[in-house]
Design a protein around this ligand. Structure first.
Ligand SMILES: NC(=O)C1=CN([C@@H]2O[C@H](COP(=O)(O)OP(=O)(O)OC[C@H]3O[C@@H](n4cnc5c(N)ncnc54)[C@H](OP(=O)(O)O)[C@@H]3O)[C@@H](O)[C@H]2O)C=CC1
Ligand SMILES: O=C(O)[C@@H]1CCC=N1
Length: 264
């Protein structure tokens, strides 16, 4: 696949790393205006680093846009005359809806919105996808790319904001939970390095149990909570202090904010 990432910042570079390390491209163009920070990626085979978006578009079939929301309109205006029927446009830009993209480049193009997360750099992104009507014919290409870099699901566009909160912001939420449990482990006597290892691996194991068994979290909790034991003691103390409620409220606040941003 001839792929271009237009806007190789945090997310764009995470996608690039995932593509490079899974050998998913036949050529990969990485663009940004100040290229010094990503110049080293030219060492990888079939990777071109450039500030020239038009060159990247001309030489690629799949265009992944990973600029900030305020930068997307400008870049679409810049490249729209270069678009042909071979191009599949995949936007990762938060809150920038498909009709707005169509208004700039035209409805005749294959347009897909994707919401990956930064775990794409290690091939573990949960990515949500949706498309315009035309794009339905090419969404399998986006699935193929993002399934190499984790897991993907197709959702209606009106759920993209919610998906952003749960999956993209979600990485930050889970990081805090890992940090908090590491801090707890340090207080119980582990050094910081071991504490983080215990916390990360336990988190991975818990998620893997659910993924592999298909069971509900409470079924797994029942297996751990010995009557009158330490697990239920700790769990109930966390709930008295609002663990579940605080997470749900945080998710709601995040969702409210994302809806406000995309109305602006
Ligand atoms: N971070 C995340 O977890 C997620 C982010 N997103 C979305 O992805 C998008 C990117 O986010 P993020 O990576 O964090 O943002 P960054 O600011 O890190 O990256 C944007 C990049 O775009 C480059 N850029 C800006 N204008 C142009 C241009 N005209 N031509 C070429 N490159 C350009 C910038 O570099 P330079 O200034 O050198 O040009 C910068 O490196 C956002 O819309 C965000 O909402 C979506 C899912 C998850
Ligand atoms: O925090 C944000 O607004 C963006 C969207 C999801 C991840 N980063």
């Amino acid at each position: 696949m001839k792929i271009a990432i237009l806007g190789t910042g945090n997310l764009g570079l995470s996608i690039a790393k995932g593509l490079i390390f899974s050998n998913a491209h036949t050529s990969l163009f990485l663009t940004k205006r100040k290229t010094e920070a990503i110049r080293e990626y030219e060492e990888y085979s079939k990777v071109t680093v450039t500030s020239n978006n038009l060159e990247a578009v001309r030489n690629s079939d799949i265009l992944i846009f990973a600029v900030q929301p305020t930068q997307l309109e400008k870049i679409l205006e810049e490249i729209k005359e270069e678009l042909t029927e071979k191009h599949v446009l995949i936007s990762t830009v938060t809150g920038f809806k498909i009709p707005r993209i169509e208004k700039i480049v035209g409805e005749e193009h294959f347009i897909i919105r994707s919401m990956p997360n930064t775990a794409i750099a290690v091939g573990k992104s949960m990515t949500c996808l949706c498309s315009n009507e035309k794009g339905q014919k090419r969404i399998a290409i986006a699935e193929a790319i993002f399934n190499r870099l984790g897991t993907s699901i197709i959702i209606p566009e009106n759920k993209m904001q919610a998906a952003t909160v749960i999956c993209a912001s979600g990485v930050a939420f889970w990081m805090r939970l890992i940090r908090a449990t590491s801090q707890g482990a340090v207080q119980l006597g582990f050094d910081a390095k071991d504490a983080q290892e215990l916390s990360m691996q336990t988190c991975l194991g818990a998620a893997s149990l659910l993924i592999e068994s298909g069971r509900h979290p409470e079924q797994e909790i029942d297996k751990v909570t010995t009557p009158r034991g330490c697990t239920i003691e700790g769990l109930n103390e966390m709930e008295h202090n609002g663990l579940s409620s605080s997470l749900i409220k945080g998710i709601q606040a995040s969702f409210k904010k994302i809806n406000n941003i995309s109305e602006q």
